[in-house]
Design a protein around this ligand. Structure first.
Ligand SMILES: Cc1cc2nc3c(=O)[nH]c(=O)nc-3n(C[C@H](O)[C@H](O)[C@H](O)COP(=O)(O)O)c2cc1C
Length: 336
């Protein structure tokens, strides 16, 4: 079975990409993922915020004993935080270790850093760059237009600064996501990763404290990504990579039918092990064989918005259908 697909201008041997996570910090694990059939890897994001925090911690540690001697300005006068160097080195190592494409991922705090770090990441030899536009905006004065304009401006500047393909990984929480995507498509985003799964804090009611749960997705969490793959895929220049809640072969097939070029998986590997990649590829091949498809393009986008009978299907909230056929649904799903 021919599982090849094209993602932001790069041919991949199949649509399964390992999403950014801690999974590939270990090179042995990266090799295993490649052997299991993964077509590409996104390396963990370079988070500018983390670098600043580490640098501040180091500064504190270096000055911890300063008051031991009145004339001593510092015990370690010449030590500085190495900035992104360790990350860049690890990324370079990963690129040398596997033969599948490797993508870097970037999340910055300051506009100017996006461009500077994007260039550093490109120098490691990676095949593409994912801009992880993850942030929880907590500034009440900021308008949606300001947030969106600044993202689009960053994308434009990064595109001008590097020559590798650039994708954007978005959250679904924009006022008008379709508009944001279309504007980014116009300024040349090579792909859209839909969607990032934002960190959600929880509260421990026994201890009455905030806690940090391990944020893995579950099967069924893919519906939002599916809707937007269906809505957007037939109308964009950039590729679509569906993400969040893709756990098995069935989930991958649904995304391809909706028009995605690729998918990214993380949680399913944490939950089911590396072997899950092989299983997904087997399930995809078996389904294609059963349906008589020889290659991905034979069915990719078959159910995108412009190809389905009911063009409103992706737009209309399911509840409208419930309202129209209330009695039918009550019979089907009786309430005790
Ligand atoms: C442990 C862990 C680390 C992650 N690190 C990153 C990261 O560095 N950058 C990023 O863009 N997403 C990161 N993610 C989010 C994943 O790439 C992915 O978008 C999310 O888990 C949804 O996909 P899934 O349902 O297959 O897990 C991380 C997720 C997990 C569980």
């Amino acid at each position: 079975m021919d599982l090849r697909t094209t993602y932001m201008g790069i041919e991949l041997k199949n649509p399964i990409i390992i999403g950014a996570s801690n999974l590939v910090l270990d090179l042995e694990m990266a090799k295993k993922l490649e052997a299991a059939g993964a077509a590409a890897i996104v390396y963990k994001s370079l988070f500018e915020e983390q670098l600043h925090l580490e640098a501040a911690e180091l500064e504190d540690e270096l000055h911890e004993y300063d008051n031991l001697h009145a004339e001593m300005t510092s015990l370690f006068p010449n030590i500085e935080h190495s900035g992104p160097k360790a990350h860049l080195l690890a990324l370079k190592k990963l690129k040398e270790t596997v033969s599948i494409p490797v993508f870097a991922s970037l999340n910055c705090t300051y506009d100017v850093s996006w461009i500077e770090y994007a260039k550093y990441l490109e120098e490691t030899g990676v095949d593409g760059l994912e801009l992880n536009f993850y942030s929880t905006i907590s500034d009440v004065e900021k308008t949606p237009a300001e947030v969106e304009d600044s993202r689009i401006d960053i994308l434009k500047k990064v595109k001008d600064a590097v020559s590798i393909p650039v994708s954007v990984k978005l959250s679904p929480f924009y006022t008008n996501l379709m508009n944001v995507v279309y504007r980014m498509d116009k300024v040349g985003a090579d792909a859209f990763v839909l969607f990032n799964r934002l960190f959600q804090p929880d509260i421990d009611i026994k201890e009455e404290k905030l806690r940090v749960p391990y944020n893995l997705s579950h099967k069924g969490d893919n519906r939002l990504a599916l809707r937007f793959a269906g809505l957007l895929s037939c109308n964009l220049k950039g590729s679509i990579c569906s993400n969040t809640g893709i756990h098995d072969g069935e989930d991958v097939i649904t995304m391809l039918l909706a028009g995605a070029n690729t998918v990214q998986v993380v949680s399913t590997v944490y939950k089911n092990g590396v072997i899950q990649i092989t299983r997904i590829l087997e399930e995809l091949s078996a389904w294609m064989k059963e349906k008589g498809y020889e290659k991905i393009d034979d069915f990719k986008g078959k159910l995108c918005k412009k190809n389905v009978e009911d063009p409103h299907a992706y737009r209309r909230g399911q509840y409208v259908d419930y309202l129209m056929k209330a009695k039918e649904y009550l019979k089907k799903y009786p309430v005790n």
